[in-house]
Design a protein around this ligand. Structure first.
Ligand SMILES: Cc1cc2nc3c(=O)[nH]c(=O)nc-3n(C[C@H](O)[C@H](O)[C@H](O)COP(=O)(O)OP(=O)(O)OC[C@H]3O[C@@H](n4cnc5c(N)ncnc54)[C@H](O)[C@@H]3O)c2cc1C
Length: 300
C-alpha cells in the first residue's frame, strides 16, 4: 500500500466500499461508499481484485459458490515452538481428520511460527468441524505436535478467512468490460492453497490485457476472452495435473502413508513429492512427456 500511495498515476481510496456496479454500452458505473458518502464513478473497464467475496465474480461465474471449491483457513503465530530438527523448514501435515486439507508450521524470520489449518468448506459443513477447536486439539494432543508446542505461546489472535479455488482448468474469468484477478477469480492453487503468486501473475496479465483493450478501444466480452486463454495457459491448466496427482495419493490414507514412509529412503519419491507440491506444470507438459522430467527432476 505504501508503494501504491507513492505512485503519481494511481489514486488510492481507503475506507471505501464498492456496493454495486452496472455495465452499460458506454462503460461501467460503480457505486462506492467513501467515508460514509455514496459516490458514483465511471470507468471504461474494471480489473476486479476484490478477493474471496468478489462482487463481480458471481455475475461472471454465473453459478453459486460451490463449497467444494472453497476452503476455510485459519492462521495464528506462536513463539517458542520447539524446532523439528536441525533446520527450520516449512512443515506440512496431512492428518486424516484434516483431509482434504492440511496443517502447517511455517518458521518466520523473527523467530515466531506461522501456524495454520485449512479444510474444504463442504467437508467442514458435513462433518461440522470447528477449525479453532481442531487446531487446539492437534497442538495439545497430537503425538507429533504436543511436545513441540509444550512451551509455546500464541502471540497473535487466530485469524480466519475463506479461500476460493477452482478445480476446472478453463474457468471463465472475463466478461464485457470486466476481468477477474486473484481470489476474485478463485485462482489460488487448489493443492497448496497459495494465492499470492497467482494473484500477482493474474494481476500482471489483467493489466496487459487492459492496455490492449484501451489501445483497441474494444471492451467486448469476445476481445477480453484472450485473458481467459492466457490465465488457463499460465495458471489453471497446471492445477488440473496437480489436482489429479494429489487426489490419487490422498484418496486412501495408505497411499499417502506409503509415500511418506518411503520418502526418506528413496530419492525419486522425495523428488516426486517435492515436485508435486512446488513445481509448476503446463498442460503441454503432458503431450511432450515433459511431465515425467518435471515430476522426477532433482529437487531435494
Ligand atoms: C489464513 C490464510 C493464510 C494464507 N496463507 C497464504 C500463504 O502463506 N501463501 C499464499 O500464497 N497465500 C496464502 N493465502 C491466500 C492468500 O492470502 C490469498 O490468495 C491472496 O491474499 C489473494 O489476494 P487478492 O489480492 O486476490 O485478494 P485479497 O488479499 O483478499 O484482497 C482483496 C481486497 O479487496 C478489498 N475488497 C473486497 N471487497 C471489497 C468491496 N466491496 N469494496 C472495497 N474493497 C473490497 C478487501 O478489503 C481486500 O483489501 C492465505 C489465505 C488465508 C485465508
Amino acid at each position: 500500500m505504501q508503494q501504491v500511495r507513492q505512485r503519481p498515476e494511481a489514486i488510492l481510496w481507503e475506507n471505501s466500499k464498492l456496493e454495486d456496479y452496472n455495465v452499460t454500452e458506454e462503460g461501467v458505473t460503480l457505486q462506492i461508499v467513501k467515508e460514509g458518502q455514496l459516490i458514483q464513478i465511471s470507468a471504461k473497464m474494471i480489473i476486479a481484485a476484490d478477493g474471496a467475496r468478489s462482487v463481480f465474480r458471481k455475475n461472471i461465474f454465473r453459478r453459486p459458490i460451490d463449497r467444494k471449491q472453497m476452503a476455510a483457513v485459519i492462521r495464528t503465530y506462536y513463539k517458542d515452538v520447539k524446532p523439528s530438527g536441525k533446520c527450520n523448514m516449512f512443515e506440512l501435515y496431512i492428518f486424516e481428520n484434516v483431509m482434504p486439507g492440511y496443517f502447517w508450521i511455517f518458521p518466520m524470520a523473527d523467530g515466531t511460527y506461522n501456524v495454520g489449518l485449512g479444510i474444504t468448506s463442504d467437508v467442514i459443513q458435513s462433518k461440522r468441524i470447528n477449525l479453532r477447536k481442531l487446531m487446539d486439539e492437534l497442538i495439545i494432543h497430537h503425538p507429533l505436535l504436543k511436545d513441540r508446542f509444550g512451551n509455546a505461546t500464541r502471540v497473535h489472535p487466530i485469524g480466519g478467512a475463506e479461500l476460493p479455488f477452482l478445480t476446472e482448468s478453463e474457468p471463465k474469468l472475463s466478461d464485457k468490460r470486466i476481468l477477474l484477478a486473484g481470489d476474485a477469480g478463485s485462482l489460488a492453487d487448489p493443492v497448496s492453497g497459495e494465492g499470492i503468486g497467482p494473484g500477482i501473475v493474474s494481476g500482471k496479465y489483467a493489466a496487459l490485457t487492459a492496455v490492449q483493450a484501451l489501445k483497441a478501444n474494444d471492451f467486448s466480452a469476445s476481445f477480453l476472452q484472450k485473458y481467459d486463454v492466457t490465465i488457463h495457459d499460465k495458471i489453471t491448466r497446471a492445477y488440473a495435473i496437480r489436482i489429479s496427482l494429489f487426489d490419487w495419493f490422498t484418496k486412501y490414507p495408505w497411499r499417502i502413508n506409503t509415500l511418506i514412509r518411503l520418502y526418506p529412503k528413496i530419492r525419486w519419491i522425495r523428488n516426486l513429492l517435492a515436485n508435486m507440491i512446488f513445481t509448476s506444470f503446463r498442460f503441454s507438459d503432458i503431450k511432450s512427456l515433459m511431465i515425467f522430467k518435471k515430476l522426477f527432476k532433482n529437487n531435494v
